[in-house]
Design a protein. Sequence first.
Length: 276
Amino acid sequence: MIFDLHCHSNVSDGALPPAEVARRAARNGVEVWALTDHDQLGGLAQAREAARAEGMHFIDGVEISVTWRGSTVHVLGLRIDPANETLALGLARVRSGRIERAKRMARELEQAGINGTFEGALRHAENPAMVSRTHFARFLADIGAVEDLKDAFRKYLVPGKPGYVPHQWAVLADAVRWICGAGGHAVLAHPGRYGLSAGSMDALLAEFRTAGGEAIEVVTGSHSPEHYRHFGAIATKLRLAASRGSDFHGWREGAEFGTLPALDPALRPVWRDWTL
Ligand code: AMP
Ligand code: MN
Ligand code: MN
Ligand code: MN
């Protein structure tokens, strides 16, 4: 079975509606598919229906934004119950404040000489309450202020560069507990992206595990083959399970469905004991 357990629709910062993402996943050979929008469950019903029409197994998912020791990290919740109230309330709290943050980001970019980014980012955001750095990056690429999305996240929108506004997301242990409380499995998303020292990564994983975290995302769009080996070894050492997902966003970001390698068979996949 081909699993892809991480991607986005335009309910958060993906470019395509949930049903189109489902069709794209199916066309690229995915057999077990999760939609994991940022801090949002709004696309799951549509995604589930489209997945069924495509003959794919569907997994209800979410990717929760967390602030851990001043860094932003992401935690995937897989097989969550979308009707769970504590999870929904927690996510609503995490989502609130994106508009205010976006206004502050726009003011900073204005000071750097780029006007109209708040309105511009909103034009790319199907769901204004979920306006994100991705939407700013798309607008900056549109007007030629940067070459592409990668360039936008090099010159702007990141710590130390114009357009970065620190934000307080969820507390790590809360995010993991919301996921577990909703019957789901918590997976630390793309650990290779955080730029943490080995010591900090150890501390992050220890805290994650203590809270109930089960798995590390090993194979994902932003990881290199070196990351696959490195985080695969860490998963084995810490007896954590491993996960795999493209992080497809549909816009020159994340991998295309069906292009990443399988998990190393020596790893324990997070889905090992799931009945589909
Ligand atoms: P936000 O939640 O508003 O801080 O936006 C975070 C999103 O920005 C992530 O989910 C990614 O989709 C995107 N992102 C962050 N860093 C990069 C990067 N270096 N290249 C491309 N996209 C990025
Ligand atoms: Mn994203
Ligand atoms: Mn992420
Ligand atoms: Mn993601």
